[in-house]
Every structure is written in structure tokens, then in C-alpha cells.
Write a protein that binds this ligand. Sequence first.
Ligand SMILES: Nc1ncnc2c1ncn2[C@@H]1O[C@H](COP(=O)(O)OP(=O)(O)OP(=O)(O)O)[C@@H](O)[C@H]1O
Ligand SMILES: [Mg+2]
Length: 329
Amino acid sequence: MVNQVIKVKNLRKYYKVHQKEPGLIGSIKSFFSRKYYDVKAVENVSFTIDEGELIGFIGPNGAGKTTTLKVLSGLLYPTSGDVSVLGYEPFKRQSEFQKQFSLVMGQKNQLWWDLPPWESFILNKEIYEIPEEQFKKTVEELSRMLEITDILKIQVRKLSLGQRMKAELVAALLHNPKVLFLDEPTIGLDVLAQKKMRDFIKEYNLKFNATIILTSHYMGDVRELCNRVIIIDKGQILYDGLLDDIVQKFAPYKVIKADLEKEVDEKKLSGVGEVKEYRDLQVIIHVPKDEASKKAAKLLGKFPVADLTIEDPPIEDIIRTVFSKGMDI
Ligand SMILES: Nc1ncnc2c1ncn2[C@@H]1O[C@H](COP(=O)(O)OP(=O)(O)OP(=O)(O)O)[C@@H](O)[C@H]1O
Ligand SMILES: [Mg+2]
């Protein structure tokens, strides 16, 4: 039987924000009578996630992703709705629950800035009551996988962003959590470090059958790691389903890229399809999906083509369409 590890039903999270009129008079007034208004960060969100799933939780800035993950981690109390993770209500912060999940935030430092990662690890060992043997083995294994064994004794403030993020991840995984909330774990990393991080997340997911929610603004992360995505915007879910299905629905075209042997008239190229770009002998043409091979053949037959590929449109473009136009276009 499938085990639903995460259950969220009609979750709302409103932040109460103190409204202050500008200037000194405003400050004095608001000191005596405080006015509040609600920021509706999450508005009636429901989803369930099965054990071992690795899902992408995506949406534009301010959509409500971090807020949702904080509620799931018990850092925020829900305004209304039901939330259950591994059978626990997160905001009760029971220690058995705390020992089974981890929240990693790419934007926020959880390691001690003035200490080397190693000492933060030891602190976590105490907090999570990790047995000595398991601790040693896990640090060794994770550090090796992420290639940071030689920086564990260097002050965190002296590490590069990528080294620090990897150390953050090791610290968060020492107690071997079954559930992981990864909030932009690859933000600001270079292409290589991003790839390492992705490989590692995938491996952790498979090795421990861990349930993972991943937010990222890099569609490469989502494309490589997640079959299922939940798209959220303005606190509401726009889509919950397979990434492939969105691609099918929103990408009725294919992209033909061709290198030409010599200059040709751009007007003539547009007889093949919609020319999106043409410079330095390289042309990018959009054609209807079901006519892709026919159009490619036409291109090959009529023009001096040195090389040609047919691709799906980039996921970035598709997701942007969903954000700007919604799901029902
Ligand atoms: N502590 C807070 N007090 C008041 N409003 C907040 C607070 N934290 C977040 N918000 C607001 O709640 C909404 C959702 O924010 P949240 O951080 O969850 O978005 P997000 O999807 O994680 O965005 P991003 O992609 O930029 O990280 C935003 O409008 C934000 O301004
Ligand atoms: Mg966020």
C-alpha cells in the first residue's frame, strides 16, 4: 500500500502585518492604536505526497512556497487547514518528528558562521542524539559524495558559497531524515556544483526512499529530478501532476536548430516555420509538433544545412506561459 507521508488539506497561512502610517506622527499613532492587515501567503492549498516521491514545488517569487515549507516544518502555525507529515502535526514540534525531517534553505545559513562545519556537525549530533559510529560513518560518506572532506575544518565564513551549501546539506542529513524540504538548495551555485547537488539529491532520494519536496527557480533542477510538479501562484495551486503532461499541453511546437553552410535569405527560411533567431549561420525555427519531421526534411532539401536538431521547447518557456496565462489556455 502507498504510504501518504505528507497530507495538506485546505491550508491557509495569513501573515498579520502591522500597518504604520508614514513619518513620526504615524509612528506615534500606531504606537497607541496598532492597525493590522493580512498578507494571504497561502490560500486553500491541498495536496498529498507518497513515500519516496521527489516533487518539484515551483512558482514565481512570493507564490507561497517557502511559507508552505515552513508550515510543513512546524516553524509556522497554519491559519487554518490540516497538515500532517509522517503522521505528526508539525507545529507541535514533537522530538520524534524533529528527528525524521530536515528543512534546508539555500538562502539562509544554518551552520555557525564562525565555526568550521565539523563543529556544527558535532552540535547536530548532540541535538539529534546520533550515535557516535553512525555519525562518523555518515559525515564521511556524505562529505565524500559531495567532495568536501578537505574543508570540514575551515571556518564557514571562509568557504565559497558552493562549499558552504554542500556543508549545509551534510549538516541537515546527519540524522538521516526520511522527509526533506529543500528550499532552493542550488541557488547561486555554478553549473558544476549544481549538477553535483542534483546528483546527490537524486541519490539520497533513491538510497533511503526519502520523500522530498524541492523548490527551485532553475528549471534544470526540476527537469532532472522531478516527474511530478506542483505549481503554485499567489498562494493557490495552479497545477499538480506530471511535468511531461504540461510539456505536452503547452508545447504544441518543436524547435528546429540548424547550422547553415552559407548565408541564405531569411524570408525564404520563414517558408519552413516561424524563424525565432537567425545569426552567425545558425537558425532557430518553431514548427507545429506533428509537422516537425516534414519541416526538417524541407529545410534539409532546400537549404545548405551542415547540422540539424529537433528539440522540445525549453521547460522555462513553458512554465513562464503557465505563470503568465494560467493553466486553461
Ligand atoms: N514574515 C512575513 N511577514 C509578512 N509577509 C510575509 C512574510 N513572509 C512572507 N511573506 C509574504 O508572503 C507571500 C509568500 O511568500 P513566500 O516567501 O512563501 O514566497 P516564495 O514562493 O517562497 O517566494 P520566492 O520564490 O521569492 O522565495 C509573499 O507575498 C511574502 O511577501
Ligand atoms: Mg521562497
